[in-house]
Design a protein around this ligand. Structure first.
Ligand code: SAH
Ligand code: F3S
Length: 484
């Protein structure tokens, strides 16, 4: 799920830094754009650099090193990063000539040395699998040379690095469980920028979760481009599993098993996960969700289109009918589950009728939330190479508007269903609109606000929902839930 809203809000000055080493004297300013995985990766980077003498700072002007963790998913995401790079360079020229600037993440991987050669906007270029090389790369930069490492790895999962929590509310955290993606959706740049899919050792995941629990965190979101495809058999790529020994096959851990392990390791902690690809989501995952009260009743299940011809052209390996079957199974096993989508409007060759299929699919599912985008051609992808981006911008935009309007209707419909119910809310922070109210989320991931009274951040509170806006529940606390 992409956090465009968070990008907007990710302004200077909002970092809450949990760990600072007194002995560190250099200052790191780090910003993240794009997916939750990038936010999580930046915490790994901050941890690696904390061992190298860097504490994070929220002031760009004072930074010795500025790193931007970048997103290539759509052209607009790359333009946003370019604007930030211009800003850093302006600050460097006018206020802080010693500042070094580095680009991390998907744009680093996609554009590689172009950043150093043609654009001359950065000193350092580091791809998503090369963060452990940062100490060497930074010493090159300190010696006055540009430095680059964009080698993709078959093994790296950063399982041995304890992230420094940035921008944290101290209650919710991300834990990454897989890296890369092998799905090769034809529109998507991720398999090129993040490499082949590999899973992180379960024990290191459980240790990170236990550590978070001991620090007072109450909710963990397990992250991967395609979490349902998680498979640990002693290391190695997902695609090489067929070559594993019988012993490795017999002791392999899949996603349902991992979820079960997490839920049991910390029974009072809430668990979420993102993202599920419909073609990889199995019934045992849904059954495991149903079995554990602490696995939230929420699934992000991107579909991209409601039309079979377009799904095929996108290399999404399921049909509209199979998707409906999955939705029906999920709702049968967990009736009060919330489901969200990602949708792409105006994929090459999409007709008006095929767009209508997307709207009718939405009518069937009535998603709780959605993340909707106009198709953006990405260089190097199969669709980018083989298909003309032939839907005019205004048509794409109109189709996107229709999808968004329908989603707003459905979100409102779903939100309203909660009114009158008592729901368990985990308090995360003060409400943005009123300092007298807490803001938190229910199991279904819908935000709820209610008067603060004597409750505090991190409490699980039963809240009677009395009203709602299109996306937010409004209520009153009726007492602590039995999960505290
Ligand atoms: N599995 C990933 C999906 C990454 S891309 C995850 O963790 O979320 C996130 C969403 O961006 C996709 O589901 C898709 O809806 C959208 N997207 C990806 N490539 C796109 C493109 N070329 N144009 C428009 N939207 C795109
Ligand atoms: Fe991209 Fe499809 Fe993987 S959307 S991240 S290639 S599941």
């Amino acid at each position: 799920m992409y956090m465009e809203k968070i990008i907007d809000e990710n302004k200077q000055g909002e970092n809450l830094i949990l760990e600072h080493k007194e002995s560190n004297s250099r200052k790191l300013f780090i910003e993240s754009y794009g997916c939750q995985m990038n936010f999580s990766d930046s915490e790994i980077v901050a941890s690696i650099l904390s061992e190298e003498g860097f504490n994070t700072t929220k002031s760009l002007e004072d930074a010795d090193l500025v790193l931007v963790n970048t997103c290539s998913i759509r052209d607009k995401a790359e333009q946003t990063v370019r604007k930030r790079l211009e800003k850093y360079n302006a600050v460097k020229r006018s206020k802080n000539p010693k500042m070094k600037i580095g680009v991390l993440g998907c744009m680093a991987e996609r554009l590689k040395s172009k950043f150093l050669e043609e654009e001359k906007m950065v000193d350092l270029v580091v791809g998503p699998d090369a963060y452990k090389d940062l100490p060497n790369l930074i010493s090159e930069v300190d010696d006055g040379r540009n430095a680059i490492n964009v080698i993709l790895s078959k093994e790296e999962t950063y399982g041995d690095i304890a992230p420094v929590r940035l921008n944290s509310n101290g209650v919710t955290a991300f834990v990454s469980i897989t890296r890369g993606c092998d799905n090769m959706c034809t529109f998507c740049v991720v398999p090129f920028t993040r490499g082949r899919e590999r899973s992180r050792e379960p024990q290191s995941i459980i240790e990170e979760i236990n550590d978070l629990a001991s620090k007072g965190f109450k909710e963990v979101t397990l992250l991967g481009q395609n979490v349902d495809s998680y498979l640990w058999y002693g290391g190695g790529l997902k695609k090489d599993f067929k070559k594993a020994t019988d012993m490795q096959k017999a002791t392999a851990v899949n996603f349902a098993m991992l979820l079960d392990m997490c839920a049991k390791a910390q029974p009072k902690m809430r668990f979420r996960f993102s993202t599920s690809n419909p073609q990889d989501m199995t019934l045992d995952v849904i059954e495991t969700m149903a079995k554990h009260r602490n696995i939230c009743n929420y699934v992000h299940l991107p579909v991209q289109s409601g039309n079979n011809r377009i799904l095929k052209a996108m290399n999404r390996l399921h049909t509209r009918e199979e998707y409906f079957e999955l939705i029906d199974n999920i709702r049968r096993i967990i009736p009060d589950i919330a489901i969200s989508q990602d949708m792409i409007a105006g994929f090459p060759t999409e007709t008006e009728e095929e767009h209508q299929d997307t709207l009718s699919l939405m009518d069937y599912v009535k998603y709780d939330f959605g993340f909707m985008f106009a198709y953006s051609e990405r260089p190097g992808t199969l669709a980018g190479r083989r298909m003309e981006d032939d839907i005019p911008v205004d048509v794409k935009q109109r189709r996107l508007n229709e999808i968004q309007a329908l989603q707003r209707e459905h979100s409102h419909y779903r939100t309203k269903q909660n009114v009158g119910k008592v729901q368990e809310i985990l308090i995360e922070k003060s409400s943005k609109k009123s300092d007298a109210h807490w803001s938190g989320r229910n199991s279904q991931n819908t935000v709820a606000v209610f008067p603060k009274e004597h409750y505090k951040v991190g409490d699980f509170v039963n809240v009677k929902i009395t009203d709602c806006t299109s996306a937010t529940l409004i209520g009153e606390a009726v007492g602590y839930s039995d999960n505290n």
